[in-house]
Design a protein around this ligand. Sequence first.
Ligand SMILES: [Zn+2]
Length: 141
Amino acid sequence: MEKLKMIFRVLKKLFGRKEQSENADAVTSLPPIHFSCITLVSTTPSNSQIGFNDFFVVEYKGKKYWTLFQCPCGCGEIISLSLQDEHDNTWQVVKSKHNRPTLHPSVWQNQGCCSHFILTDGRIYWCGNTGSPPDLYDEVE
Ligand SMILES: [Zn+2]
């Protein structure tokens, strides 16, 4: 009988600790780090060189040209975005204090998986309407 009581006490202790850490997670709830760094290259990598967690920026003579990475949904699609100001659709890559990429604005695939996400500090924040195609007519206006 004494033994059972002890087991119960130990279980209660473990359970109590678990509850505490769950609460702590809820306060600082962040998506996992998907891109842990930015890989600077001077020539555009081929699609087969781009791994699931690779984030490439093509920079030549101090000018950023493109960013390339795999769609974080896992569909295998390579997303390449222009970082050149003179293009109409252009993105900005900023290095966070942890050396991880932050991308402006959000990315919305207009075909295939139609993923819609925001990349901040290497973490993927999925938008509520991900999976449905963007309304291209709205974008043009
Ligand atoms: Zn995808």
